[in-house]
Design a protein around this ligand. Sequence first.
Ligand code: G1P
Length: 293
Amino acid sequence: MKRPIRKAVIPAAGLGTRFLPAAKAVPKEMLPILDTPTIQYVVEEAVESGIEYVVLVTGRGKGAIEDHFDIAYELEHTLEMRGKTDLLSKMRAIAERGSLISIRQKQALGLGHAVLTARGVVDDEESFAVLLGDDIYDAEVPATRQLMDAHEKTGRGAISLMEVPREQTNKYGIVSGRKREDGVFEIEALVEKPDPKNAPSNLAIVGRYVLPGKVFKLIAETPPGHGGEIQLTDALQGLADDEGLVGVVCKGVRHDAGDKLGWLRANLVYALKDEELKEPLLSTMREMLEEHK
Ligand code: G1P
């Protein structure tokens, strides 16, 4: 019988150079969108998709992420004494989110290598999810759940896709495929960060994967690719060739929190959903628009 998907791997070992100096002593995954660290949105998506174990692949200086999901007795005590019950239950809920397993990627050899680090915690016989922290999905049905459903339906690995402007293909893994049904593709080829003139399409991989454990063997056999790194995208070509791989254009809005403009935009979108912030923010934005006309 097929084993249910219980584990998600979240690579969080990147240096965050795009967010220096903020990311020098604070892991970039802890930078907030409004008042919540980006990693928390990602862990919540995994848990809401039915994942029980979150495997964090970390590196040097990432301890704050583990602390964030731990119980903070002193803080809870202070909040209790001050009668801040709302905040207290928010804090407790964070610590109760799924079980966190943390492992270290000792060398930054690429995304494929980061996922391979989880081999053993996730075994070769079970399917698992991968969530990249730079991509935040705002979706009614969590994007990971949408991929898990596609995996259950097709029996194949599933990756999330999004159309991107042609000139941006060099920022993403790009795929080509045959349409299976609306928003679902049978993947044929995958290329990591191709120049727009060589890109097989404008369908980009956007940070969510549900993969069979077999992919570990494929990653282990993958030579360094784009940027001299071991690329997950390259290993997935083997999977597509051997047993098929589907691409799903997930429903919902995706924010690129790994990019300054994308991160700023996500902050604005989430602030506009906040009843207290919405009106004052809109009037500030109106003033700014007026000033910069
Ligand atoms: C990674 C993947 C790439 C994917 C992208 C966005 O690249 O290697 O295939 O399209 O995430 O999710 P990164 O942005 O980490 O360089």
